[in-house]
Design a protein around this ligand. Structure first.
Ligand SMILES: Nc1ncnc2c1ncn2[C@@H]1O[C@H](COP(=O)(O)OP(=O)(O)O)[C@@H](O)[C@H]1O
Ligand SMILES: [Mg+2]
Length: 337
């Protein structure tokens, strides 16, 4: 477990992290979300004792990092995949780390296999691709078999296969009961990886909750209807008092709020209107995030890679953008839209 209380870091007149209070629980993947410059890396460096807080405290398993008797066995971290001596082989890099931390060399072979670097283990790491470098960094993080793992933007620059591998690895580490804390500015990826989210913006913690709750509190489920009788249907539904709007992505579809798909289907049936599509659509993490920050112009201006459709972001997995799923209660926070 990681616990931050009033954690603050100031660089000159810039508050990089501003009185952050949060807890990262074991047994789940916790996504640390925020745009570039929000304070994610600074927070992670403070957790690892690499940066001194200006105020406040942060502990891992109840102690500040520097007071942990065997840090590598408690906490593994991947902050910067390039922080490796390029002239050393992957094996030598890990063997040095193992020896200086009294970890048996057998464990080096284990982690090399675990991250899939067996074939290149004896090659100098400076010839490694970004993806191979990330795998080596993850191997180093896992070396001491730690209960807590920190990954700072681990999928940046990875190909789809690498992204899937990292995602599954994080989930399996959490399933083993470990604390997994992973930062990202990529919403669609985090929606697939994390069970809990801590959202940071301009150094402030904006949310600390489950992924499900965060989405439910900040965006609304809607019913999507596609029909050749759209005009008539629109008229009937608004006449019934339902809130209807055109689907932004499809001129043949409508979005209806605060009703069940059953009610929409029955209204159409009673009036002899064909439906070509009827679905309950859950909002995406990205929509929830945008909605949460919509009223904060200052924050909005600093969204960086988080705008919908921003390069490298939501394009990775179209399925993550919108999840069609079982019905959920309507708009718990109507004013959020
Ligand atoms: N060593 C540093 N010196 C001065 N300012 C820094 C330093 N590290 C980070 N910052 C500033 O602190 C803020 C948060 O940065 P960072 O933690 O790297 O954000 P993130 O990882 O979310 O992109 C940014 O405004 C950044 O410019
Ligand atoms: Mg960062």
């Amino acid at each position: 477990m990681i616990r931050a209380v009033g954690l603050t870091k100031r660089y000159g007149d810039r508050l990089a992290v501003d009185h952050a209070d949060f807890t990262v629980e074991s047994g789940t993947v916790t996504g640390f979300l925020g745009p570039n410059g929000a304070g994610k890396s600074t927070t992670m460096r403070m957790i690892l004792g690499l940066d001194h807080p200006t105020a406040g405290t942060v502990t891992v398993s109840g102690r500040p990092y520097r007071q942990l008797p065997a840090p590598l066995r408690e906490v593994g971290a991947l902050l910067d995949a390039k922080a490796v001596h390029g002239g050393r082989s992957a094996y030598n890099h890990l063997a040095c780390l193992a020896t200086s931390n009294r970890i048996p060399l057998k464990r080096v072979d284990e982690v090399i296999s675990l991250v899939g670097l067996d074939r290149v283990a004896k090659k100098r790491s400076k010839s490694f691709s970004l993806g191979m470098g990330q795998r080596l960094g993850i191997a180093a993080a896992l070396l001491g078999d730690p209960g807590t793992l920190l990954f700072d933007e681990p999928v940046n620059g990875l190909d789809p296969e690498g992204i899937l591998w990292v995602r599954n690895l994080m989930k399996s580490l959490a399933a083993q009961g470990r604390t997994v804390f992973v930062s990202s500015h990529l919403m669609s990826e985090m929606a697939l990886t994390a069970d809990r989210v801590i959202v940071i913006g301009r150094g402030e913690i904006k949310a600390d909750t489950t992924m499900r709750e965060f989405i439910a509190q900040n965006a609304s489920t809607h019913v999507r209807v596609r029909s050749p009788h759209l005009g008539k249907l629109h008229e009937l539904m608004t006449g019934t008092g339902w809130q209807v709007e055109a689907a932004p992505d499809d001129e043949d579809a409508l979005r209806v709020y605060d009703v069940t798909s059953d009610a929409v289907g029955e209204l159409a049936g009673q009036n002899g209107l064909w439906l070509h599509e009827l679905a309950v659509v859950q909002p995406s993490l990205e929509e929830a995030f945008m909605s949460m920050t919509a009223d904060s112009v200052e924050y909005h201006a600093g969204l960086g890679g988080m705008e919908p459709g921003a390069s490298g972001g939501s394009g990775t997995d179209p399925g993550a953008a919108t999840n069609t799923a079982v019905a959920q209660p309507g708009r718990p926070n109507g004013e959020a839209r």
